[in-house]
Design a protein around this ligand. Structure first.
Ligand SMILES: [Fe+2]
Ligand SMILES: [Fe+2]
Length: 351
């Protein structure tokens, strides 16, 4: 069994002509032993590419996900609700930053990733292409969308790639606050006036099925799943995680006094899980292809926010250059630190 020390030794001994198979064996042994792969360790090109794709998509989802909710900040019904929502939307910006940083450890740059997002070459979660029509949507997103995200992300805290796993630990703590604020918001509406109850029910009706789609296509149609599980990037299959989410949500819906919009939902004594109805995968693929209700609006807003933040990035880079000792400016990293938050500058939700 390879130890972390042996892993490092193999790396340190490596020369340009070293046998790739030997490196691969060390990598495989480290993954098998549940050790973390770190940025300077040798890793297969496909492992690196898979991680960049997944972490980038995750980062993009965090910052695009700010839009549907920021849409309600100015119309939150009380100061308390406004403060909670602002904190949540800011958390999502922070999640984007941790994740872009994790992706950068794999040898890509934030500018490159943002450019791929803006030109449609990398995706974000299709859930954020749905509109937030009423205040209750803020609750439904917190309860269901953040809830689904937690179900997906808790196992990622044990992902084989160290920087991603460590980012997820912090993100998951904040996501659980997001889920609870959504649940609490829906509970208040559900116990409110008949109109408020109806608004909460309508939001849950609209967000339930898209939330189930967040776990990705069924296992037998999931292109990357098997390899990602072998590399321990993913710990559970899409269908496994989806089932876990359904099992958690059913009793929570009951205590909320709301109904999940699925007539086939029932407890299966034999499976010891809830059975649920078929998912409309045609809708999922359509939204993914760019034909969801808000795809165009989201990306237009993102590009505009990026353009409007250009002066902040320039100012941050100039400031960093002025205060650097010369070495940082020379190696091209000047402004990266200051520029980090500047990337989100101008992000203020839907017009
Ligand atoms: Fe998040
Ligand atoms: Fe969240």
């Amino acid at each position: 069994m390879a130890t972390a020390a042996a892993h490092r030794t193999a790396r340190a001994d490596g020369t340009a002509d070293a046998d790739a198979a030997a490196y691969e064996a060390v990598f495989d042994a480290a993954v098998a032993a549940d050790e973390r792969i770190e940025p300077r360790d040798w890793m297969p090109d496909a492992y690196r590419a898979t991680l960049i794709r997944q972490i980038a998509q995750h980062a993009h989802s965090e910052i695009i996900g700010m839009q549907p909710e920021a849409n309600w900040i100015t119309r939150a019904p009380s100061l308390r609700r406004k403060a909670i929502l602002m904190a949540k939307v800011q958390d999502e910006a922070g999640h984007g930053l941790y994740l872009y940083s994790a992706a950068e450890t794999l040898g890509t740059s934030r500018d490159e990733l943002l450019d791929k997002l803006h030109t449609g070459r990398q995706k974000y979660s299709s859930i954020f292409n749905y509109p937030t029509l009423t205040w209750a949507d803020v609750g439904a997103i917190g309860w269901l969308v953040d809830g689904a995200a937690i179900t997906n992300q808790v196992p990622l805290c044990r992902c084989s790639y160290g920087p991603y796993a460590r980012a997820m630990v912090r993100i998951c703590k904040e996501e659980s606050f997001h889920q609870r604020q959504g649940y609490e918001l829906l509970l208040a509406l559900s116990r409110g006036t008949p109109e408020q109850h109806a608004m909460a029910q309508d939001a849950v009706d609209r967000w339930w099925w898209p939330s189930l789609m967040m776990f990705g296509p069924p296992d037998d149609e999931s292109a990357h799943s098997a390899q990602s599980m072998a590399w321990k990037i993913k710990r559970h299959s899409n269908d496994e995680l989806r089932q876990r989410f359904v099992d958690i949500c059913v009793p929570q819906a009951e205590s909320l006094g709301l109904t999940l919009p699925d007539p086939q939902l029932r407890w299966n004594e034999e499976r010891v899980h809830y059975d649920f109805g078929p998912i409309d995968w045609t809708e999922f693929w359509e939204v993914l292809k760019g034909n969801g209700p808000c795809n165009e609006q989201r990306i237009t807003q993102r590009r505009r926010a990026h353009d409007e933040g250009a002066w902040v990035r320039e100012a941050a880079a100039a400031y960093a250059a002025k205060h650097s000792d010369g070495t940082r400016a020379a190696d091209g990293h000047a402004g990266t630190v200051g520029g980090a938050s500047a990337h989100q500058a101008g992000e203020n939700g839907e017009a």
